[in-house]
Design a protein around this ligand. Structure first.
Ligand code: CUA
Length: 159
């Protein structure tokens, strides 16, 4: 089969544009620490507290300055374990793993890039590194009812 010279050029041009777009989207999606929503893992919202890791909400050290915080949101509370204030050393990376037992809640660690939605039936995660000491408030940024403004927890980053 004979392919015309111009047809070949346009075909190559098309493939090249596609590659440029794919790379641009692929790179920009993660630019400046952005993370596309992860919520691909599901959980039965009625059995959150019987399902790992949500049967033990709270902070877990998984490496040197590497932590996991398991969060169960519900109207109108963040269950982050027995302590309402989570303490970690400066420079720590925390992988927040969250879900909700009832309605959609927001999950934003104010002053960081950690921001996700917690949807019933789904497990969502977001990771961030705390390079400055101080108190970071976890707030609900998704209106969820009368006690919406009462939902919070605190991450305290210490030297
Ligand atoms: Cu939970 Cu607003």
């Amino acid at each position: 089969m004979h392919i015309h010279k111009y047809e070949k050029i346009w075909l190559l041009f098309g493939i090249a544009s596609l590659l440029v777009f794919t790379v641009t989207i692929g790179v920009s999606a993660f630019y400046m620490g952005n993370q596309p929503p992860s919520c691909l893992v599901t959980v039965d919202p009625a059995k959150v507290y019987e399902t790992e890791p949500f049967n033990q909400p709270g902070l877990k050290q998984v490496g040197d300055k590497d932590y996991e915080l398991v969060v169960v949101a519900s109207a109108f509370n963040y269950d982050v374990g027995p302590e309402k204030v989570i303490q970690i050393p400066v420079g720590s990376t925390v992988n927040f793993i969250g879900t909700t037992t009832d309605v959609i809640h927001g999950f934003e660690v104010a002053g960081t890039n950690a921001n996700m939605m917690l949807e019933p039936g789904y497990i969502n995660t977001v990771k961030t590194t705390f390079n400055k000491p101080g108190k970071y408030t976890i707030v609900c940024n998704e209106y969820c009812g009368l006690g919406h403004h009462l939902m919070f927890a605190t991450v305290e980053v210490v030297e």
